[in-house]
Design a protein around this ligand. Structure first.
Ligand SMILES: Nc1ncnc2c1ncn2[C@@H]1O[C@H](COP(=O)(O)OP(=O)(O)OP(=O)(O)O)[C@@H](O)[C@H]1O
Ligand SMILES: [Mg+2]
Length: 471
């Protein structure tokens, strides 16, 4: 076991320091002495201390003042105050001031030893807990990112390389590709891991409140600001701020963020004082940031400031080899959390998962597996327990932002997807035509026009939907 840090004894009487030392050393504790509060503060600033035992009365700065100062600057160090005369009032004052405990003179050495033992135990607990946490954070962080495709390996390598640096990071990727997960990994693999990680969703907070959420406000800054409030960036001091959905931030606030990124300085809403914190910023968006810049909705200078390191988690359809692994991962997770025995993925299910385009990426896959675990009663997940992907494929274009494109082209695309989805379900031209409410002839004509039909397919031949002829 690692040795404990020393105990600091603060007393202006050398005899008293010697007496306490004599009580502690035989028990294996190491002891340091300081003849004044001022000297004690120097020791505290310099090294780790198990606990500080201080006399209430010292020449110069008093024991109570020392207590107050130490509590503020080193809140983790317990302080024991020795009061000269056992008056309840002084004891109360010491405890109120944040003392771990007090000893009234004269005290038996056992009383002191008992107190020290309590502190030592607490210290070991905290240290073990911390070591455990930081160790598991290390591995848990990257383990959570499932995927061994070359693109994912590259991404994980980049996370490991960039996490320990101070670099600002911009994560760009479609919805559900794991941007939030990456941001969390960057924090827990950084040297800031023990400090706070604060996530702010710029899209879910009303525009006029976002600034005060980020930077805080002074009392009376606006209607409803009944008291002063510190900003979330202050909560995150020493740690990481994750600005999610940064593409939705208003232009005026973008200007303030830019200034904040330059040197960590900011002003609360309605305030004059310039405040400063030390945070690392990670930002993400699933919007087309270049388009936003072109349209004047996003400041180009802010983009460059954020874009020191860029992450682009690939969409799931570009790394289909990760689908089985991800599916198994979520299967294990949901079977466990729903208290089900471990299910297997049927062959047809695996095929269906591989064929789907996953517009909602990993989130969509996760939801599909959760649903299947709930629905499935046997020991295997059948394709019938998966969502109707053909319906989703039809919904997908509507969910995409409607951008400027020729009407004819957009309508053809929609028509093609609709027919494709119906074909996948009915697998034969006659039934598909019936389902779409048109004649076979009309369907064939349209398919031909849309380049979906090779020449010379006989009427009720089952249709292969896997490939599409292009012309
Ligand atoms: N590589 C991955 N391994 C395991 N789980 C993942 C992975 N990528 C994403 N997930 C999971 O998928 C879900 C969605 O991920 P996340 O919230 O990070 O997406 P996002 O990119 O932030 O999406 P959005 O743009 O919609 O906010 C989460 O439950 C996340 O844990
Ligand atoms: Mg997200």
């Amino acid at each position: 076991m690692r040795p404990l840090p020393p105990i600091l004894i603060v007393d202006d009487e050398p005899n008293m320091r010697a007496t306490i030392e004599e009580a502690l050393r035989p028990e294996g504790y190491s002891v340091m002495g300081a003849a004044s509060a001022e000297l004690a503060l120097e020791v505290l600033a310099d090294r780790e201390i198990l606990l500080m035992v201080t006399d209430a009365r010292l020449g110069g700065m008093s024991g109570y003042e020392l207590l107050r100062e130490a509590r503020q600057r080193w809140p983790a160090v317990p302080v024991v105050v020795i009061t000269a005369y056992a008056t309840p009032k002084l004891a109360v004052e010491a405890i109120r001031g944040g003392a771990f405990d007090y000893l009234a003179k004269p005290f038996a050495p056992e009383e002191l030893l008992h107190l020290v033992a309590r502190c030592a135990e607490r210290y070991r607990l905290v240290r073990e807990n911390h070591a455990l946490r930081s160790k598991s954070d290390q591995s848990v962080a990257l383990d959570q990112l499932i995927g061994e495709s070359p693109k994912m390996r590259e991404l994980k390598l980049l996370i490991q390389t960039v996490a320990p640096t101070q670099a600002t990071v911009l994560i760009l990727g479609e919805s559900g590709t794991g941007k939030e997960l990456i941001a969390a990994c960057l924090h827990s693999l950084s040297r800031r891991a023990a400090a706070p990680y604060v996530r702010i969703n710029c899209a879910s907070i009303p525009e006029n409140l976002l600034e005060s959420e980020l930077f805080g406000h002074e009392k009376g800054a606006f209607t409803g600001a009944i008291r002063q409030k510190s900003g979330r960036v202050e909560d995150a001091d020493g740690g990481t701020v994750f600005l999610d959905e940064i593409g939705d931030m208003s232009r005026p606030l973008q200007a303030k963020l830019l200034r904040f990124l330059e040197d960590g300085s900011f002003t609360r809403v309605g305030g004059n004082d310039e405040l400063r914190v030390d945070v690392r910023v990670v930002a993400a968006t699933n919007r087309d940031i270049v388009g936003l810049i072109r349209d004047g909705a996003f400041r180009e200078d802010l983009f460059h400031r954020l874009n020191v390191v860029q992450f682009r988690p690939p969409p799931l359809r570009e790394r289909t080899e990760d689908i089985p692994r991800l599916a198994e991962h979520f299967l294990g997770h949901y079977c466990l959390s729903l208290g089900r025995p471990r299910l297997r993925l049927g062959k047809d299910t695996q095929q269906a998962l591989l064929r789907h385009r996953w517009p909602g990426n990993v989130r969509e896959l996760r939801n599909a597996i959760e649903r299947a675990v709930i629905l499935e009663t046997g020991s295997e997940v059948h394709a019938s327990s998966l969502p109707d992907f053909t319906v989703e494929a039809r919904l997908a274009p509507a969910a995409e932002p409607l951008s400027d494109r020729p009407l004819e082209e957009a309508l053809s695309e929609f028509e093609r997807r609709l027919i494709q989805a119906a074909l996948e379900r009915h697998r034969n031209i006659g039934r598909t035509a019936e389902a779409l409410g048109i004649s076979r002839h009309a369907l064939r004509y349209r398919m031909q026009r849309l380049g979906m039909l090779a020449e010379g397919v006989p009427e009720d031949e089952p249709v292969s939907t896997g490939t599409r002829s292009t012309n």
